[in-house]
Ligand binder design. Sequence first.
Ligand SMILES: Cc1cc2nc3c(=O)[nH]c(=O)nc-3n(C[C@H](O)[C@H](O)[C@H](O)COP(=O)(O)OP(=O)(O)OC[C@H]3O[C@@H](n4cnc5c(N)ncnc54)[C@H](O)[C@@H]3O)c2cc1C
Length: 375
Amino acid sequence: MALSLARRGISATVIEKRTGFGELGAGLQITPNSGRVLDGLDLTLPLKRVSVSSHGLMIRRWADGRELLEMPSDPARLPTPFRMLKRNDLHTVLLDAARSMPNIRLVVGRGVQEITQEDDGVSTTLTGQNGQWESFHGLGLIGADGLWSRVRDLNGDTSRPLFTGYEAWRALAPGTKTDKPRVNLHLGPGRHTVHYPVAGGRETNVVVVRQTKEAREGWSRDGDGDVLTDHVAGGSQALRELVASAQGWQAWSLFDRKPAVMAKGRIALLGDAAHPVLPFLAQGASLAIEDAAVLARLLAETLQADGSRGVPAAMAAYAAARSARAARVQDASRSNGRTYHLGWPWSIGRDIALRRLGPDGLRARYGWLYDWRDE
Ligand SMILES: Cc1cc2nc3c(=O)[nH]c(=O)nc-3n(C[C@H](O)[C@H](O)[C@H](O)COP(=O)(O)OP(=O)(O)OC[C@H]3O[C@@H](n4cnc5c(N)ncnc54)[C@H](O)[C@@H]3O)c2cc1C
């Protein structure tokens, strides 16, 4: 968000409650809809250095690895840029770019505690880990503080994240020279696995999603790889070997939350703070990047036309522009979760439908998602 604002000449202060900007977890797919935004921020070259371009998608059956659908590498079918990379690498690229902008200030180790809306802006109180506090004043405040957003709560939203019954285990395995650089999906009853190369192909990001009754305490913790060895015992040999070779498993309980009111006066929400997305369409980070592009454009246009008094109108226009798309992505992700995990006999219908759909059908189905461009 800060980069999108700064490139349009608007100064931004980034407030991060952790003491650094590093990201836990393993990989991310950055699909064309958000990849174009990052290219527009002149990040093409640094991203190229740390990511792998996807050459398609392969969907297989969990138990025997049989192919259900292959989307081959073909620009007409697979829009570009479609990048696969480590979260840390994306963070480093964004951080380097932010540090090179004189109109971005980075404040770490202090979290937003209180917010007051005033006629001419928003004041916020921050507290640090050892209890010290300070305050900031700006023309507006953008809450990009994730699923458990404090800004969303302070804005009067009383809804809570709800546990979905899904748990995602993430780890990195060594890269393989033989595998095509693409996203691989294995569908099984009550479970699925996604894996793709990252770090120039030297490593493979592996995610195993399973269903459980209870949420784990906290949002992430070191997982126990043996649990997964049992979990994939009925999977194909390739799947078992992949899981056995991965290290550093961490488990995430997956929560859902209904979409927020995305703007109130001079306060806006974006990304998971506004509309958390289950990972079954790989779109949560992409939506956040799209949100940022739209909000920065609207704020720049308004500031130029009406000065700072136009900020609430720009925030309202942003909410109007983004709400329906965000809700559609949330729904499509939930729906994928249900379809991926179908058990027998319903899985037979799903597998037949996938084979009939084929790569062209799949491309057409997600045209609305990947072909998105800001005006
Ligand atoms: C298994 C899995 C796989 C995924 N794969 C993909 C994928 O391939 N592609 C994709 O696009 N998405 C993917 N996602 C979703 C993606 O990770 C999230 O949607 C994305 O990280 C949301 O970004 P965000 O910036 O909105 O929130 P977050 O990433 O949660 O960042 C919020 C930040 O705000 C900070 N913060 C919190 N509270 C405060 C406060 N009070 N004051 C200051 N700072 C605060 C936090 O420390 C954090 O740094 C995946 C998710 C999972 C679980």
